[in-house]
Design a protein around this ligand. Structure first.
Ligand code: ZN
Length: 74
């Protein structure tokens, strides 16, 4: 019974399912306890959580070479 496609054959029990939205409120799909994990697994985590890995890894360049601590003197 394990063809790896529960999300394709499965129909949620209406009273036990809910609509799943991404972090921006965009409707993704209807899920229930049975299929939630599999259905949401096709979406990238950043869609669900609201940030991307690029945001997390965004390089912060300290500009240490160019900035000598000028205070402006005003
Ligand atoms: Zn379901």
């Amino acid at each position: 019974m394990s063809d790896g496609g529960i999300a394709e054959r499965h129909i949620c029990i209406r009273s036990e399912s809910w609509e799943e939205y991404d972090a921006q409120g965009i409707y993704l799909c209807r899920v229930c306890d049975v299929c939630q994990e599999e259905k949401l697994s096709v979406y990238r985590p950043e869609i669900l959580s609201g940030y991307t890995q690029a945001d997390v890894d965004e390089p912060i360049e300290p500009d240490g070479e160019d900035y000598y601590g000028e205070y402006g003197g005003e």
